[in-house]
Design a protein around this ligand. Structure first.
Ligand code: G4P
Length: 529
């Protein structure tokens, strides 16, 4: 198979949702269709259960499971599908944001009863900003939920999407009868039997056909016709170009648990979803079809087994082919590295591969060479963009509790930050270290891991920060900038990359600062134009 065909057959995507909307269930049903697993229940949920929020060991154990489900690959209709796992738990939102830098498209799962939820809003906003093509799957139609039109409105209003339904439910909850598939122009009737793959679709090119009454009853037929007419009047017809540009989002309805509407989603997905696309590096736009290998690290996973301390760095191949035992340039270190056992992922298995293509994810055993955002090339100095840090939500001073182990502590902190567990800020005024995390939980995780993996002990001290704002350095010689630095000295810090950050202690002080020093540009992510 030619290099070009290999690229064109790949579909690398992520499923995002608020916890409990049905991401794991949908993933599992997709794998069943792909023949990657044989029975339901085979995919272990890597979601972090609500009850576990105070039990970080349980969380680490579940993070361990998530190595196996980090990438789930399977073949379907001759397409190589790579699903990248995105943790739904909000304390790991940063992991999900980073994973979104490695996908070519996403499927958003929405619970029909709950509609658009908080976590979905944040994640979709990131996708929209990056123009990632989005398909929406409204799940749990076997339960009572919101009206289909209300949900479509909600998607537009809360998520800022421009939707067009590609399927439409017939009834809902107790009265749920099936789906009209607008994309394929047929009706699927719901049997309510999760083991049954729904294959008996009824083609329906002409909705005026009186057979519709016979099949679903006259009342349901009338409602369906009215609904479809209304939908046609209100929503634009589907345009693949607009979808690929990120300007239109098709919507499907179904029930993942009952395996209903999933095949329609998957069939449409393999047809319309993009194959690996060009990616912007600081230096230039890199096309997937370029012969030279380039790729970047978007995730690092520590091995939870204390006997094998190595880590797995996940690389997304952007262009060229990644080959086993071939030297590649680690751009940040400026040195060439060879990998004798790159892992590829297939269904739930990890195996050593000789060659990988754009769109694929390769897992590399790492003893501390990599950090998130690192680029590998065949010699070119390239830096991929789009892996920004966001302001953490919680901040604490970190203190050394065992003076004999200062070296171990620093090394531990360093490596944990490279993995992206949390962010480190060093205060300019006194060099004290401040850890910033998305969830309060990570402090316990860090403390535990420092002790068990690095033999170092730490304590924390509260440090009230409302938001970390990255300071645009371009104006730094101006009077106003100098004054800002003088006045706000004790709130200035450097992040791990050496970028300067203003740690605002309250919303009010942030606003006052912005008003008082308008030429000092503050950004809420570490990457800005
Ligand atoms: P998540 O990964 O997005 O967090 O959600 P997950 O798939 O784990 O689904 C959350 C709950 O919703 C699960 O129930 C799951 O069985 C249920 N669910 C998923 N799809 C559907 C659907 O189409 N219809 C209905 N009625 N329920 C659905 P649970 O009781 O929390 O877990 P479990 O004990 O069933 O595993």
């Amino acid at each position: 198979m030619s290099f070009k065909t290999q690229i064109q057959k790949r579909r690398t995507f992520g499923i995002i949702s608020h916890p409990d909307a049905g991401k794991t269930t949908l993933t599992e049903k997709l794998l069943l269709f792909g023949g990657a697993i044989q029975e339901a229940g085979a995919v272990k949920s890597n979601k972090i259960k609500k009850s576990a929020t105070s039990d970080f060991m349980e969380i680490e154990r579940q993070r361990g499971i998530s190595v196996a489900t980090s990438v789930l690959a399977f073949l379907y209709k001759d397409k190589k599908i790579n699903i990248l796992d995105t943790p739904g738990h909000k304390d790991f939102a940063e992991d999900t944001f980073r994973t979104l830098t490695a996908v070519d498209s996403v499927i958003v799962v929405i619970d029909v009863a709950k509609g658009v939820e908080e976590q979905t809003e944040k994640l979709v906003e990131v996708c929209r900003m990056r123009k990632i093509p989005i398909i929406v799957f409204i799940n749990k139609l076997d339960r009572e939920g919101k009206d289909a039109f209300d949900l479509l409105d909600e998607l537009e209003l809360k998520l800022g999407l421009s939707v067009t339904p590609l399927s439409f439910p017939i009834g809902m909850g107790y009265d749920f009868m099936g789906i009209y598939n607008i994309y394929e122009k047929n009706i699927n009737l719901f049997s309510g039997d999760s083991k049954k793959n729904i294959e008996d679709t009824i083609a329906f090119n002409d909705l005026g056909n009186p057979q519709l009454e016979t099949i679903i009853g006259s009342e349901a037929a009338k409602t369906l016709r009215d609904n479809l007419e209304l939908a046609q009047g209100v929503y634009p017809s589907f345009s693949k170009e607009k979808y690929l540009e990120g300007n239109q989002q098709p919507v499907f309805f179904g029930s993942a648990l009952n395996n209903f509407g999933v095949r329609e989603l998957l069939d449409c997905f393999v047809e319309i979803a993009p194959s690996p696309r060009a990616k912007l590096a600081e230096e230039r736009l890199v096309d997937a079809f370029e012969p030279n290998m380039t790729g970047f690290v978007f995730k690092i996973h520590a091995n939870m087994d204390p006997k094998h301390r190595d880590r797995l760095a996940f690389i997304k191949i952007v262009s060229g082919t990644f080959e086993r035992n071939r030297p590649y340039l680690h751009v940040r270190h400026g040195k060439k590295l060879k990998f004798s056992s790159p892992n590829a992922f297939f269904a739930e298995k990890k195996e050593i591969v000789d060659i990988s293509y754009p769109g694929d994810i390769v897992g590399l055993h790492d003893t501390g060479n990599f950090k998130i955002g690192d680029t590998l090339t065949e010699g070119e100095s390239l830096h991929y963009k789009g892996i920004p840090s966001f302001s953490p939500e919680h901040f604490r001073y970190i203190n050394n509790a065992d003076p004999m182990k200062a070296k171990q502590l620093n090394k531990g902190i360093d490596q944990l930050m490279d993995e992206g567990v949390a962010q480190l800020f060093t205060l300019e005024i006194n060099n004290r270290k401040v850890i910033g995390t998305v969830g309060a939980l990570q402090f316990e995780v860090i403390q535990y891991r420092l002790e068990h993996e690095y033999g170092a002990k730490c304590t924390y001290e509260n440090f009230p920060v409302h938001k970390a704002c990255w300071i645009d350095p371009r104006n730094s010689k101006s009077e106003e900038f100098m004054e800002f630095r003088r006045v706000k000295q004790k709130f200035l810090a450097k992040d791990k990359r050496g970028q300067e950050v203003f740690l605002a202690d309250s919303q009010f002080s942030l606003q006052m600062t912005q008003q008082k020093y308008p030429s000092v540009k503050l950004h809420f992510t570490s990457e800005f134009e």
